[in-house]
Design a protein around this ligand. Sequence first.
Ligand code: PTT
Ligand code: SF4
Length: 612
Amino acid sequence: MVGWTGFILRVDLSSKTFKKEAFSEEFARKWVGGRGFAVKILYDELKPGIDPLGPENKFVVALGPIAGIPAPNTGKAVVAAKSPLTGFYGDGNLGTKVSDQLRKAGYDAMIVEGRADRPTILYIEDDKVEFLPAGELWGRGTYAANDWIYRKWGKGVGVLNIGQGGENLNRYAVVRSLEGRAGGRPGIGAVMGSKLLKAVVVKGTRPIPQADPALMKTLGQGDLRKVGEIDKQSGWSIQSTTGVLPFCNEVAGLPVRNFRKTHHPDAWKVDGERLNAARIATYGCPTCTMRCGITIHDHEGRESELDYENIALLGPNLEIFDLPQVGSLNYLCDDYGLDTMSMGCTLSFYADAIDHGATAGDFKFGDAERAKELIRLAAHREGSLGNLLAEGSRRMARRFGRDSEAYAMQVKGLEVAAYNCKFIPGQALAFGVAAIGAHHREAWIITFEIKHTTRESYGPEKAAKVIELQRIRGGLFEFIVACRFPWIENGWPLDNYPKYFNAVTGLSWSLDDMWTVADRIYSLIKLHFVREFPQTDRTADYPPAVWFDPSNADTEGPIAGKILELDKYDGLLQHYYDRRGYDRRGIPTRATLAKLGLQEEAAAAAKFASLT
Ligand code: PTT
Ligand code: SF4
């Protein structure tokens, strides 16, 4: 086996021991890496029903065969665990030097088990693993923790760390890395916190194994240059992801006021042009020539890195149209290590619930100062309100009752990304069937749907497009482990990725081989969900009910009087199931599982739920 290091590092925090475990060539070929490795490991090793915040959960960091090798945007890593927010497999993908450092240390993945007896920093250097006291770092924010780590070990090390959000088991706490990177939306930072693991620091000194290093060097370095040149011509990095904001506003797809409204005349105040004009610095992940991290001075004068999702969900969604104030909310989320997207949706849900009499409270849309205080409470689980906010919108709605779950903007417990699907059926489906809950990573169909098809259609072409995008976005880029932006934003051809994969592994895979792995991963994540929720049915794949409520339709603008229709959405969902080979409950059939080589996994699931 070439192209993989062939080893996983298994660390037990309870006993302070570690093992270097070899994995088989069959495992490597079947699951490739990243999300593939993570879901297979967690499916096999976690007993169904365990507490995600208990010592039985495992924190996995997984890399792919091209992770860390100089080639377009390979400086990424997948972090995964059973999610405290959703109750089944959850993961995220973040830019970090861990991508190359862990591989140079000799591992393609790391599994962290148990629970430390005191706050700990895990230090890995090649074959050495140390369990160091986190002492003075516990209780401090991610920026201070990162700086402390850089001072101690230098800037070359790979770092994953958490802030007060993860320490206090906020259910949507993220893992942070570098100056502005964050990943693991479904509470993977809280899983680190539950293990008293403040940070992982990695240093590796060996070469990453490659079948044809000379070919990979020519391909990788040449293509890095080309991607950088394309980016300069396209100008994408000028506004980066925030370039999409005026489009969403124009087509009535922006989340405003907890997604009640779809556009706003003041949206321009927080758009990509304003962001670029306020730019003070630019950051990027390792091996990237597109560098999309734009920072501005926030309201308090601190440096804050903003993307579209962060701006839309902490800005217009809360009816805040002051960019420095949005920067402040974002800064706090980054420093405390909270997911900006779930925090934004949780705050907007809280304001909406107060408006609708589901609870009493003093938070109003547009109140940036109170929002800052609420973020602090949520990060520290301070008081009953902090404890409530730290649970995320679905648990809050279940506590409030009064039909408030209809407007808790989440699917399977994960808050939705910043695309208001009141009348965008394909994107609503993409959220409904996203593997880990409503994440736009899986399929981002909105521009295709609005620019290239009929927006009104609930036809099979949209289900087919969602699957095509899931295979690329939620599949290929997550198991090969590279950033998808060169492809999605600058049209870098997909067939480059099998070329890189083949150069490092010596195999001759095509994109079709990649799609098989992607489908296998999707089916296994679904089995993970089914094992945890055996009574599940197709309603688990429905988006928030408010998008089907005629009384919630816009009264003016491009989609006035229009709203999603439930029976038609259900038909679109069926097109998706038919194409995927899932039954009417949305569970892969035995035949589908057999085709993907998942007979053993099916047998494990069949002990808990009936398979057809
Ligand atoms: C991702 C999610 C996103 S997706 C955003 S903005 W985006 C939010 N960013 C947050 C943040 O910042 N701080 C914070 N405290 N919470 C945040 N939560 C949100 O997290 C990210 C980029 C982006 S910016 C996107 S789309 C792409 N995502 C990729 C992906 O998922 N896979 C992949 N192979 N390539 C990707 N490239 C792009 O990476 P999660 P990052 Mg993030 C500050 O991980 O859990 O998936 O959540 O990783 O290194 O910050 O890069 O408009
Ligand atoms: Fe990171 Fe942005 Fe580069 Fe992707 S394009 S690797 S998210 S800096």
